[in-house]
Unconditional design. Structure first.
Length: 286
């Protein structure tokens, strides 16, 4: 699950569970789920060591609470944003609980992450090591301090990915599941502008990497930057819709957002201006 391919393939775990939870009653779902877990453990035990089957069971049980939470909201016809938020928060709480339990059993995830980073940096050729703009130990420390960012990104990815595909399957089966609002209508609260500006100013003055405030800022600023980049993409969709342009424009923006880092900054800036100075209102009036 550490590679991008593993992240995506593992993301499919929740989709059949969520589909079955919505389409059946709780007793039937529990019976099918229990039987599936037993079969998985038995079949994997015939080929792999016993710990592998136990690991698969632990992963399956980890994704069960968000399935139940999202499934209950689907049955109530809750808005898509509420479903995604509850799913992401549930996953995030589970990750935090897993960290606490791990520490209780003497397993330190932060130290393991630092060890992995050190070993990865040691395997780099000398030419690549020279391109790192800061000391290797500082890189390892900053990477470990950004663990909250990774956990939030993990939770959001799985919640959005699961909702996107599970909703398609459920709608095709006849369920009425609310979709997200069109991308062109997405709008962040204006208060996010102040959060972002304050965070950027504080980041300029807070330089001690060992301080709690520094850790908060290096996690908060990327999250807000990403949110404003999405806002910039939403503005491109809005412009294409109002001007009746081809949808290729915002799609190209998304591709560049993924593969060309400078576009990320430009989209964040565009999204910031869209929220701070309602550009859509100006475009609508014109």
């Amino acid at each position: 699950m550490g590679t991008p391919f593993g992240l995506i393939t593992t993301g499919f775990i929740m989709i059949p569970l969520l589909y079955m939870y919505v389409r059946t009653n709780i007793k039937l779902f529990a019976a099918h789920y229990a039987v599936a877990l037993i079969l998985v453990y038995i079949l994997t035990g015939l080929v792999f060591p016993g710990w592998f089957g136990a690991l698969l069971l632990a992963i399956a049980l980890f994704f069960l609470p968000p399935v139940i939470q999202m499934g209950n909201l689907y049955k109530k016809k809750a808005p898509a944003r509420s479903v995604m938020t509850v799913g992401a928060v549930t996953l995030l709480c589970e990750l935090l609980l897993s960290l606490v339990i791990s520490y209780g059993f003497g397993f330190n995830w932060v130290e393991k992450m630092k060890q992995f980073m050190r070993e990865s940096l040691d395997t780099l050729p000398a030419s690549l090591k020279g391109m790192i703009p800061m000391d290797a130990d500082l890189v390892v420390q900053l990477t470990a301090q950004m663990l909250p960012l990774y956990m939030i990104g993990f939770s959001l990815f799985y919640a959005v990915f699961t909702h996107w595909l599970a909703r398609k399957a459920l709608v095709r089966s006849g369920e009425m599941i609310p979709a997200f609002r069109p991308v062109r209508e997405w709008m962040l609260p204006r208060s996010f502008v102040w959060y972002y500006l304050v965070a950027l100013i504080m980041e300029y003055f807070v330089k001690d990497p060992n301080s709690i405030l520094f850790t908060i800022l290096i996690n908060l600023v990327p999250i807000l930057s990403f949110a404003f980049a999405l806002q910039g993409i939403a503005l491109l969709f809005f412009i294409a819709y109002r001007k009746k342009w081809n949808k290729a424009l915002p799609i190209i923006g998304i591709i560049l957002f993924i593969v060309f880092p400078p576009t990320y900054f430009l989209l964040s800036l565009l999204g910031l201006f869209d929220v701070a100075f309602p550009l859509r209102d100006r475009l609508t009036k014109k």
